[in-house]
Design a protein around this ligand. Sequence first.
Ligand code: BES
Ligand code: ZN
Ligand code: ZN
Length: 498
Amino acid sequence: MTFEAGYLIMVTMKVQLQINPNLTSKTGFLVLPIFEQEKPIFENDTIIQFLKENPDFGKPHETESLYCTDTKILLVGVGKKEKFNFETAQNFAGTAAKTLASKTKDLSLIPPTTGSFPLNQSIEAMVLGLELASHDPGLLYKSEKKPKKLDTAFILLDKNDSEYQESLKKSVVLAESINLARQLSDMPSNEMTPSYFLGVARKIARENKLKITVIDEKKAKLLGMGAFLAIAKGSDEPSYIVALEYTGSLRNKEKWGLVGKGITFDSGGISLKPDKGMNEMKYDMCGAANMLATILAVSKLKLKNNVVAVMALTENLPSGKASKPGDIVRSYSGKTVEIVSTDAEGRLVLMDALTFAQKDLKATKLIDMATLTGAMIVALGDFYSGVFGNNEEFSQQLIEAGKSTGEKFWEMPMDEIFDEMVKSDIADLDNIGKPGSMSGAASSIKGAKFLESVIENNRPWVHLDIAGPAWNNKPTSFASAGATGVGVKTLVELVRSS
Ligand code: BES
Ligand code: ZN
Ligand code: ZN
């Protein structure tokens, strides 16, 4: 039985472009960007006085409310002019929205621009910042709701242009998709089961005319997806591999395969994780949620590309039916795997999903996204995603797309020197790989090398380990704590620009 998701709350705010505004008769707050050591775009006596007394004001996310006789003003720092980019513009608007959420019904923003950062990009970034800052995962579960007044934002412009309206529309689609991914990822695993996720995917497929293919465990057995089933069989919840397909061009022979890790809870299985922090493993389906959001945005934006998103959905739990360390299974690729740790489950479910994307769905270019290794956080921290690939040009395209959308990616080494590390003495592959000089050595690279071993015919492939940036442990000045939807912006941009 599949469970149909009945509702999805998308908490967003109305954003409008306002042409030729009267700056001194605003009812809500006027939000003014302040570059460090620069004259503001708009001035009155109060602003001049404040900046005279605080000449260093203007660091990113710094705020100050000024109550003038005819307007309420919020100054928001945007840092050094020469460093200004998409990320700073997004966070400028996000900081304003979060600071004023309970203080005003509407706000008006003066868009920050520089010689190298034009107005249309500023609009795109601000819309994202405003919408992403309005998302509050607590709204679903807290009995006492925080009063939130803010519902409309105006972006103030000197002149109208169809390009600006396009930027607004595009960004709203992106932000809604990202907020959907965040909402799904923030849901606890007692609600966010593989069946629930499937229900959401079905709803999205129906509403956006996407083709949907569902592989349940029975079908997976028939196909020989032994790696996926090795994890699925430990859980009482039904597991699925789900594919959503969007055809934006019949002439274009390229087909993107976007594969996401969708472990709705990762306890580690029989190789049980320690108690501390295990609750965070509800986020182990962020990769799948972000790929779902990406194909949703691609289809809503009607891009002229072909994309299939493949999501491997299951829980990783210990039980009498669960796989045990030392078990050997045959994957859909034909390769056998010695499961040395049942906690390295992501690569098992992904390897079969990657094979499915190639063999059955005929994807010509592949990207997989996963909260794959804790070691990724040790290596790159909370803000960078690790990039592992088999094609330098493809990896660089992705990293460049990330720079234009303000998302941070870092390329990791993938030369043959690591190949030996994922071989098992008794099967083709070892799912945790050989130790180097210490057991966790090159853990994230071994995960990537394991996945690379099922890529057929050298087709371009990138693995993104998003373990660090997939969720925030603490709220920031522009976002609540919880899932971030990392990578959606960049993948949409990458597909669009290809
Ligand atoms: N889902 C985890 C990785 C993870 C841990 C992501 C913490 C984000 C925060 C993954 O399935 C896992 O457990 N990986 C193991 C691999 C190891 C057994 C080779 C790890 O990283 O410890
Ligand atoms: Zn695990
Ligand atoms: Zn995991």
